[in-house]
Design a protein around this ligand. Sequence first.
Ligand code: ASP
Length: 352
Amino acid sequence: MSDSVNRRHFLSVSAAASLGASVLGAAAPVPVGSKRPIVVASGNGLQTVEKAMERIKAGADPLDAAIEGVAIVEADPEDHTVGYGGIPNEEGVVELDAAVMHGPTHGGGSVASLRNIMHPAAVARLVMKRTDHCLLVGEGALKFARAHGIPETNLLTDEAREIWLHWKETNGKESDWIAPPNSELSPAVRKFFGIREHGTLHCSALDTHGNLGCVTTTSGLFYKIPGRVGDSPIMGAGLFLDNEVGSAGSTGRGEANLLNLSSHTIVEGLRRGLAPKDALLEACKRIVATNRNPRLRDAKQRPNFQVKFYCVAKDGRYAGASLWAGAQMAVHDGDSARLVDCASLYDDPEPN
Ligand code: ASP
């Protein structure tokens, strides 16, 4: 078989596997209601909001719709921040984190440091539905996924491996690894020169009955220490919802959200009557106020990292906001999917 036939075969097998995994544990559709649905996601979630809205219009549960939406990006080798094709940890192994929350039941499930499973969000839903727990990690999470028959996949694509290898070959003066001349590197590798970009996919969905569901899924910090877990699988930090109030989630430096439980802060802001944008900016300001580590501040004492927030209120109002300017979010309001600019605390662009 030629390489391209091999690749096509692999992609069709993994697409079938991914579909099976992403629908595992989904509820049967119900008749649609009369409220206007809204789906929001981080800027890498345009296809996510499209798929989630399509599923909501077919009567799917809002969490199931969001999980099907993020499954497209989890299976996409071109997105290096989520699922298959994610940038690995410092040892070259892809470790995924994901969490889900379900408004009507106020249930939640999550997995952290999960290896070899393309759809961690679907496994998180199984943790919510098929255990008496909220969070499974590492080997235990993998064994749990296996127990449910979820197929294993090598998540490290050649492109992600080459990006990681170049980081390894240029990281540290004492290293014995030697990088090739830049002219021999692929454009994909050159694109990631010198950056330890963060990225993640969050999706919050409000269905036609006014019910909420949300999911955050990620491969986490590029080249992380094995076992490092960010905010994404931690309810209250990387996502949170209250079915009577709203749903929120985040991408960006997870440690800042862990230290401030930012998504919970946002939902509590909505509960107090803040407008969605103001609830998000309040969480940004909280991060600024508590960021006392000099290593994480710029010359003006501002955070030298980016955090982005997204939320949907129970009444359908939504917003996105970030510390630094330039962020976008994906929105589907029932009519069309589009990218819109987020508000920001600072007017300057994201620091490198
Ligand atoms: N929040 C994610 C983490 O800290 C990464 C990101 O969104 O950039 O793992």
